[in-house]
Write a protein that binds this ligand. Structure first.
Ligand code: HEC
Length: 110
């Protein structure tokens, strides 16, 4: 019983730990300017990200962050989304690969 409780606490710490790094990158990279502080989207900047995890895995997101234009060009759903906003999705200029992965995991949690 105790061992299970400890495992639970360990898992929780791990999960919130990952989440914190992803959240930090999300804010530091300025994703919130277009997608809102809580991934709810903004009127002219970008769509809500919350609830879109069914469309993405982590590798797909990493590709998209690196080159949003070519990924969106090949995806009619993203093209249509793009037409509602002032500009397209911005490429991510964040060098640290671990930070990029943490961001992708953060975005996929919703
Ligand atoms: C200049 C505004 C802008 C910024 C900054 C921006 N985005 Fe976007 N984002 C968009 C727009 C517009 C779209 C709609 C699709 C497109 O343009 O490719 C989008 C789409 C997305 C999607 C896909 C949503 C879906 O429905 O599948 C994700 C995920 C995403 N952005 C994550 C991010 C992350 C993470 C950051 C920070 C690194 C970021 N965006 C920065 C404007 C922005």
């Amino acid at each position: 019983m105790n061992r299970i409780a400890l495992l639970g606490i360990g898992l929780l710490v791990m999960l919130t730990g990952c989440n914190r790094e992803g959240r930090e990158v999300y804010l530091a990279a300025g994703c919130d300017e277009c997608h809102g502080v809580n991934l709810e989207g903004t009127r002219t900047g970008g769509p809500p990200i919350a609830g879109t995890r069914k469309h993405w895995d982590v590798d797909g997101l990493l590709l998209y962050f690196a080159n949003p234009d070519s990924v969106a060009d090949a995806d009619p759903r993203l093209q249509e989304l793009r037409s509602y906003y002032e500009s397209g999705m911005a490429p991510l200029s964040w060098a640290d690969p671990e930070g990029r992965k943490a961001l992708a995991r953060y975005v996929r949690r919703w």
